[in-house]
Design a protein around this ligand. Structure first.
Ligand code: HEC
Ligand code: HEC
Length: 206
């Protein structure tokens, strides 16, 4: 027979375990590069990204792995969704499901570190919001379209960078599909643009 005390301990043990897992993702703790290397295979990345000179559907792994900011890499993920989505659909491969923690591991493997992102500039974040066309589908503080969720209600997804990158993985195929349907260009990101935009959207108005 299991005593009441033991049940409580078991429940608590479970709860503490769950908390630790959540904390790793939510606190944006550093990912594990060797797990990231395995995930790169498991999540189908290696299908298209191979070594220099080997045939693959995407740029070689050497171009992906480099010292870079975590938001910078998030921007590169975002930019490449339409091409990857089209290629995988053509091959009949399902879109890979990747959790926040797994993205953190992939980021560590690819050389991304939040310390390499520049200090956020929310004014430039606002510029990015407008020039990247987010408001063609989303609303924010009463402005913009109502095709997609209000961005003011989604503050929690923009940080830490691994969470935002994981959200992008989950949702951008749908965003890209809506963009194609409506003839809206899927915006591309480079350098610090994603850093500034995430700070602007995550923190609210300056
Ligand atoms: C079906 C093929 C395919 C798969 C699978 C794939 N990619 Fe890609 N990837 C591409 C293509 C094609 C590009 C170039 C896209 C572009 O420039 O718009 C690219 C570009 C990238 C870039 C940006 C490179 C740059 O120069 O900015 C990153 C980072 C990346 N992929 C990471 C990944 C990760 C991580 C995975 C696995 C979760 C993955 N890719 C899976 C085809 C793929
Ligand atoms: C072509 C239309 C379109 C554009 C442009 C667009 N989105 Fe979206 N977005 C969507 C749709 C549709 C969804 C809902 C996806 C779903 O439910 O899976 C969505 C979902 C989201 C979410 C919610 C994710 C979540 O889990 O809470 C965020 C955040 C987001 N978009 C941010 C952005 C940002 C930032 C931009 C500009 C860089 C942008 N979107 C541009 C259509 C768009």
């Amino acid at each position: 027979m299991v005593t009441r005390g033991r049940v409580v301990r078991i429940l608590l043990g479970g709860a503490v375990g769950a908390l630790v897992v959540v904390a790793a993702g939510a606190a944006g703790g550093p990912g594990d590069a060797s797990r990231g290397r395995q995930l790169f295979e498991v999540k189908q990345c290696a299908r298209c990204h191979r070594g220099q000179g080997e045939p693959g559907g995407g740029p070689p792994i050497e171009r992906l792995r480099r010292p870079q900011g975590a938001y910078e890499l998030t921007g590169r993920f975002w930019s490449h969704v339409p091409q990857m989505f089209t290629a995988l659909t053509q091959e009949g491969v399902p879109w890979p499901v990747i959790s926040d923690d797994e993205v953190a591991d992939l980021m560590a493997y690819l050389g991304a570190d939040p310390a390499r992102d520049p200090k956020p500039d929310r004014l430039r974040g606002h510029d990015a919001l407008v020039t990247k066309g987010c408001l063609k589908c989303h609303s924010l503080r009463g402005e913009g379209a109502r095709i997609a969720p209000d961005l003011g209600e989604r503050r929690a997804v923009f940080a830490p960078p691994a969470r935002w990158a994981a959200t992008i993985w989950r949702h951008t195929p749908k965003m890209a599909a809506v963009a194609m349907e409506r003839g809206i260009l899927h915006p591309r990101f480079s350098g610090a643009e994603m850093r500034h935009l995430a700070a602007y959207l995550g923190d609210g108005p300056p």
